[in-house]
Each structure stands twice: as C-alpha cells, then as structure tokens.
Design a protein around this ligand. Structure first.
Ligand code: NOJ
Length: 539
C-alpha cells in the first residue's frame, strides 16, 4: 500500500473567513465562528482547511492587501484564537493552510510607509520605484505605475494602487518574507497557499512587454517581463527546503495566467508540492460545460502532470463565479452533482470552496451593492467577485444562521431552502452526495492516488477509470437529460463489479444504460489492461 499524503490524497476546503460564520454579531465572519463549525467540516470529511487572508488589512482588496503578515486582524480574532484554531483543527484530524500574499503588500504596511517616506530610506528598495513607467499594465485595469508626488517617482502595482509590489530581488526582503513563513510554521500551520507566486520577480531591467492580440489592455501584451521570471525556481527551492525542515508541510501556488504546462513547471520535489492550473474554471460563455470539453481539459493536464508532479482540481474559489451558477439551471442541482463527482474522482487534489457542497449560487447584486474594486471599475461588463463571497447558508433562520445582524454582503434569496440544515436531512441532497463521495475517496486508494484512464463512451457522457494496484474504480457520468447506453467495451472486460454509488437506480449488466444525469461509480478488484494495450484509448 502506498504512503498516505494528506495534501495529495485528502480534500482541501477553502474558507473565506469573512463569510463563513460570525460569532460576535458584527456581520463579519471570524475565527471563533470557524471554531464553532469545525465539527461540521470534520463530519463532511475534508482533510485540510485553507483560510483566505486573516491578517490586518485596510480591505482595499478584502484581505489580499496585507498590512501585517504576522498578526491577526482584530475583526477576526487574536493570535490566541488562532492557536486554538490550529489545535482544535488538528484534534479533529484536519490540517490548516494559510494564504500567503507575498507578491505585494497593502500601501498601509509599515514596510511601504517607510519605503515611500523618502528616496534615501533604507526600505526604499523593498518596493519597485522608477523615474519613468514602462508599458506594464495592472490586471484590475489602468496603468501599473502610480506617481508619488512627495518623492517624485513611480511605484509599481500589478493589482490595485493600494497594493504595491514587493522587490523580491532585494536580499533583505527575501529574508523578511521567508521569516514570515517560519513564524507561521512555528505556530503549527501545515501549509500555505501562495497568492500569485509566479509574479514575485519582475525583469530587473524593466523591459517593455511585447504586444499581442487581446480585448483588455492587460491582455494586449505578452506577460514575459512581469511574470514567470527565471529567479522564481531557486526561490521555490529555498522555500521547499524551509518547509521540509518541518514534518509534512505543504505549499500550493496560485499560478497567475495559468495553463497546466506552466503550473506543472513549478511542481516537484525541489519546488512546490502543487500549483493550480484551473483547468475547468473558464467562463461558460466561451467553453460550454460538456463532457467532450471536460475530457479535453483532463487529458491536457494529465499530459502535463506526470511523474511526481501531482495535479489539483479546482472548480471554484473566491475569484470565480460559483460552480452551480455556471452549470445549473435555476435551483436544479443535477449539473452541480456531476461537477462534484468530477472534482472528487479525477486524479488530483480536490479543492472545495465553502458552500460548494450545498450548491450555493452567486448572489445577484445591484450596482450600489458592489464592493469589489474591479467590479466597481468595470460594471456592467464585469460585476466583480462579491457574488461568490456571500455568507454561508447554514439554516433557514434569520441571516441564514451566519450572523445575528445584517451581514457585510447580502445573503442569497434561496437560503430558506438551500442550507446545510435542510440538506443534511435530505438523503438526495448535494451535501449528502458530497459526503458520500468524500467517504468513498477515503475508502478507495484507486480514487485517491490511482492512475487516470479515460474510456471511449457516447457523446454526452464521460467514462473513466482510476486504477491502482489491485483496484479499479470506474466512474460513469451522463451530462444529458436522456438515457444513454454505455457500450459494453467500457465495462465488459472486467468482471465482478461492485456498485459503490449511483444517483439513479443503476441496474448494470447487461443493459449498461445511464439514466438522465446519472452518476455511477463501480469498483472491481480486477486489474484492467494497461491503457496502452487498448488501441482505442490514449493516456
Ligand atoms: C489573487 C487572489 O486570489 C485575488 O483574490 C486577489 O485579488 C489577487 N491575487 C491580488 O492579491
């Protein structure tokens, strides 16, 4: 039996702290709130919790503008609360991952205040200052260079002007940042999610990016000098050595402008444990949700993440429209279940975004309710990210059991029916389906770490196997509203199938008919032929 690695074999659950659970009636989630819901998370079966930033922040970008990397924002709690959260999470057999925002800080961070205070200040070089801007653009819109009249120079920011980028070339900065990792490792944190890590280094000569075709001005350049610079790999090696000095620690990078190939290049024994490739999060308008497209994405990343490079599966996070909003019609959860089945049975560490397990939808917001800066700037073409950050729907009481007062963002109008309490009592709910699938992953090594083998199947379906020594699991998904017969070659050559899960009423052999939207998971103790022996299939 292979070694169990929590970050490879487990399920990681992302909490957006300000929207998870409010314990003190200020309309904002907090650490005590998370503590009060740990039993729910343990029962769901997740293995680790990733917390979006909980550090002091002026909230220009809702926590992703950090003003102090080694403290807790008082609105969320104290360091003592945090220590308790680590201990109680561990007590329940789960791990805790922190979000490290190290590409930039808040303009209110003491480092930047000092840096800005004068050209001669010792921290001037901790950020990127220039007499004249080059052609680099900010991803949230506008120029990336902000003029500082007091010191008559420009500073660079890839995101908001309140988020100046750090100069990672400076050895003192490098040391200070690595010390931050050390600080949290010493407090017992199990891992880190690195915000836009592949942006850390910029070209030391600030060369202009070459042009390319694109819609937004940001997309009309090739990001060769402001992203993916070669200095990143040695830094990751150093970071990895630091993590490896502690038992079972982990780092996953958020790859900026990601592709599977780009993400995989940062993963390995002397680099990151994982890097997001965001294979399935493209907007539905451009890439309709269908099995042929999904399969293409899976095959592309299977080709990129080979050997000891392990992929991640992400369908949603705090920057993207919610999974159910992308794929479901109205309140029907059939497509959300298919998406959940993929998330939890593909090869790769699944990242589950809070509320995804109950199919939370994006909250529709009026213009005056928008808080997210890119949403304010680009309305009505882009409405920002608030819609996917609304409060967790716990029950049907006032404010969905999230708070006792009006929360910082509106709650979705469907909360009286769509909530944890109601779905817990419904055997067919998305929540109970998710629980069953997570339990199945725990039980079946093939589902956790087995190889991925796609099988040919009729249009509208996706059929694949996960296979590890002595165990084959077959997953069959019908994305359509029609019954579809699965040809025998996708099932016949193995015998002794055991039904592990079905959302229809699977009758199996000899008909092999998948009912509308049906999800079937079977197992066989027989080993299938290696994929290469079947000319129809490719790995
Ligand atoms: C990526 C984060 O996921 C996003 O929420 C944030 O706005 C930017 N990085 C800037 O920190």
């Amino acid at each position: 039996m292979e070694e169990y690695l929590w970050w490879r074999d487990g399920v990681i659950y992302q909490i957006y702290p300000r929207s998870f659970m409010d314990s003190n009636g200020d309309g904002l989630g907090d650490l005590e709130g998370i503590l009060s819901r740990l039993d729910y998370l343990a029962e769901l079966g997740v293995d680790a919790l990733w917390l979006s930033p909980i550090y002091p922040s002026p909230d220009a970008d809702f926590g992703y503008d950090v003003a102090d990397h080694t403290a807790i924002d008082p609105r969320f709690g104290t360091l003592a609360d945090f220590d308790r959260l680590v201990a109680e999470t561990h007590q329940r057999g789960m791990r805790l991952i922190l979000d490290m925002v190290m590409n930039h800080t808040s303009d209110q961070h003491p480092w930047f205040r000092e840096s800005r205070s004068g050209r001669e200040n010792p921290k001037r070089d901790w950020y990127l200052w220039r007499d004249r801007p080059n052609n680099w653009e900010a991803v949230f819109g506008g120029r990336a260079w902000e003029y500082d009249p007091a010191t008559r120079q420009y500073y660079y920011h890839m995101f908001l002007q309140e988020q100046p980028d750090i100069n990672w070339h400076n050895p003192e900065v490098r040391k200070a940042q690595l010390d931050v990792f050390r600080f949290w490792l010493e407090r017992g944190v199990d891992g880190f999610r690195l915000d836009v890590f592949n942006l850390y280094f910029k070209d030391a000569d600030f060369r202009d990016n070459p042009p390319r075709f694109g819609l937004r001005s940001f997309d009309r350049q090739k990001h060769v000098y402001d992203c993916d610079r070669p200095e990143m790999l040695p830094l990751l090696q150093e970071l990895r050595a630091l993590l490896d000095a502690y038992p079972e620690r982990f780092a996953v990078g958020e790859t900026f402008i990601s592709t599977p190939e780009r993400a995989a290049a940062y993963v390995g024994d002397r680099a990151l444990h994982a890097a997001f490739s965001f294979d399935f999060t493209a907007l539905e308008v451009f890439f309709p949700w269908n099995p042929a497209w999904v399969r293409k994405q899976v095959e592309r990343r299977e080709a990129a993440f080979t050997g000891n490079r392990w992929p991640t599966t992400v369908l949603a996070n705090h920057d993207l429209p919610r999974t159910a909003s992308r794929y479901c019609r109205g309140e029907d959860d059939a497509q959300a279940k298919l998406a959940m089945a993929l998330l939890l049975t593909l090869r790769g560490t699944p990242f589950l975004y809070y509320g995804e397990e109950i199919g939370m939808r994006n909250v529709p917001l009026r213009r005056k309710e928008i808080l997210d800066p890119p949403g304010k700037r680009r309305w009505p073409f882009y409405k920002g990210r608030d819609g996917c950050r609304a409060p967790m729907q716990w029950d049907n009481s006032a404010y969905a059991g999230f708070s006792t007062v009006r929360p910082w963002l509106p709650i979705h109008a469907d909360y009286p029916e769509r909530n944890v309490a109601t779905q817990s009592g419904d055997a067919d709910s998305l929540l109970n389906f998710t629980r069953k699938l997570i339990a199945l992953r725990k039980e079946m090594p093939a589902l956790r770490s087995g190889e991925f083998i796609p099988l040919s199947s009729p249009p509208g379906t996706f059929v694949y196997r996960r296979q590890s020594f002595g165990q084959t699991v077959q997953v069959m998904l019908n994305f359509t509203r029609n019954p579809i017969q699965i040809p025998l070659d996708a099932g016949a050559e193995l015998k002794n199938w055991t039904l592990l899960l079905s959302t229809g009423s699977w009758e199996g052999s000899p008909a092999w008919i998948l009912k509308p939207h049906e999800i079937v998971v079977l197992s066989s103790t027989q080993q299938a032929l290696p994929a290469s022996a079947n000319p129809q299939e490719k790995r």
